[in-house]
Design a binder for this molecule. Structure first.
Ligand code: PMP
Length: 305
């Protein structure tokens, strides 16, 4: 359950949590044409709070809206401010932020062009896959559901309706006793997990699917590539086959919610030593130092609340 907070930003105003309701004929609720973001705000080493890569997330929200031909009734600066105001109004030191742009009620049918409405909700959200997962890693299964073809699913958009595919994959994996689903694309190459990007390590080098494939351009993915290269680790973007994962030395997932989660088993095969590998561990430690501002570098990635 999400713990109730005090205020929600809706259509330009901070309103009470209990007032943040929509009509049953809200268009997006029926057809899924809506766009959203997931962003984390961390408590920093000095007791302040900082939102990680806020501008990049807001930029992606607007890119998603453009892909969906949804006009945005606010500027990017206004949504950045709305995010900061919503965190402040709720007095949370660390939280998850969910900006959502959706088509409101009015007309129904696929041709309807109801005005876009925008909300920002924040709540406390701990480790997405659990605290244990961050340390010990998770068990994943390649899904029977493929990521949509690049010309069917607009994977560069974080689009509400796309998540049916992810939810089916996640439910399938969970009901078979695994923690997470890894999804292949329609050609059979590794794409991403249900809500995370995927990386593998082999012989000291990192590989991850390229942005031309059916994956979301993860902002954590981008941060991880930057940090790894700064640490002198080679990172290559390109196609990965399923059995390359089985024979990798390390595999890990990245995402705003999942942060950097090691994968210790895939399709009942142990990955590496079956524990967090040394490169994953180094990168995870560096990631948490950067998001929490324990290290002064990459200050531009931290929007102080
Ligand atoms: N892929 C999918 C399908 C996702 O939902 C997410 C979470 N937004 C990611 C990857 C990771 O993206 P990010 O690092 O920007 O959160």
């Amino acid at each position: 359950m999400v713990d109730k907070v005090s205020k929600v930003w809706l259509d330009g105003k901070l309103i009470d949590w209990d007032q943040a309701n929509v009509h049953i004929l809200t268009h997006t609720l029926h057809y899924g044409l809506g766009v959203f973001e997931g962003i984390r705000c961390y408590e920093t080493h000095d007791g302040k709070s900082a939102v990680f890569r806020l501008r990049e997330h807001v930029r992606r929200l607007f890119d998603s809206a453009k892909i969906c031909t949804m006009p945005m009734p606010y500027t990017q600066d206004e949504i950045v401010q709305a995010c900061l105001d919503t965190v402040k109004a709720n007095g949370l030191k660390a939280c998850y932020l969910r900006p959502l742009a959706f088509l409101g009620d009015g007309a129904m049918g696929l041709g309807a062009v109801n005005p876009t409405r925008v909300a920002v909700v924040v709540w406390h959200w701990g480790a997405y896959l659990g605290d244990e997962a961050l340390k010990k890693g998770i068990r994943a299964k390649v899904s029977s559901y493929a990521r949509g073809h690049i010309n069917a699913t607009m994977a560069k958009g974080k689009i509400s309706g796309h998540y049916v595919n992810s939810i089916l994959a996640k439910r399938e994996a969970k009901s078979a006793g695994y923690d997470e689903a890894i999804m292949l694309d329609t050609q059979g190459y590794v794409a991403e997990a249900s809500g995370e990007n995927l990386f593998m390590v082999k012989n000291g080098e990192i590989r991850t699917p390229d942005l031309g494939s059916a994956i979301l351009a993860g902002i954590t993915r981008d941060a991880m590539i930057t940090l790894a290269r700064e640490m002198g680790i080679k990172v290559t973007e390109g196609r990965i086959a399923r059995d390359e994962l089985w024979t990798a030395d390390e595999v890990f997932l990245t995402g705003t919610a999942a942060e950097l989660t090691p994968v210790r088993e895939i399709d009942d095969r142990t990955v590496g030593e079956g524990a967090m590998g040394p490169i994953t561990a180094k990168l995870q430690a560096r990631f948490f130092d950067v998001v929490k501002g324990t290290t002064p570098d990459h200050a531009a990635w931290r929007a102080v609340v």
